[in-house]
Design a protein around this ligand. Sequence first.
Ligand SMILES: [Zn+2]
Length: 144
Amino acid sequence: MNDDIVIACANLVDRAGAAGFEIGHTGDDDEPAEDVQWYAFAAYRGARVISDGHRSPTAAALGLAERLLAGAMCRCTQPVTVSDSRPGCRWRLVGQRWEPSCDAAPVTVSGGGRGDMAAIQHAMAQVPPGGNRAARRAAKRRRR
Ligand SMILES: [Zn+2]
């Protein structure tokens, strides 16, 4: 098990506004390791994003991260990509975190609470094209 990939997945699930994260495997503890299938999922209200049928927790965590990133919109309003050959905002696994290549400010979801996909989509719809760069620049100025 690669701790970095599993931690990065849990962190990404949290930042994706999910209400919960679970990683586990099928079968009993006395089942041969090669028969065990690993899964990971992010829980939203009434919905789950799941990646299953993996040989290891690392593969399950990576699979879930890719599912969450694929088709997602970055806070800079570009589609997320994990491949240099595809257009969009390139995300990379940096240590124990998935990081975007943009400097747009994180999007704050108000109301609804965790796991509320409708509230998350509503918040993303309020982000100006290119993301909240002005807010991020202002934050940087304040830190100096
Ligand atoms: Zn971005």
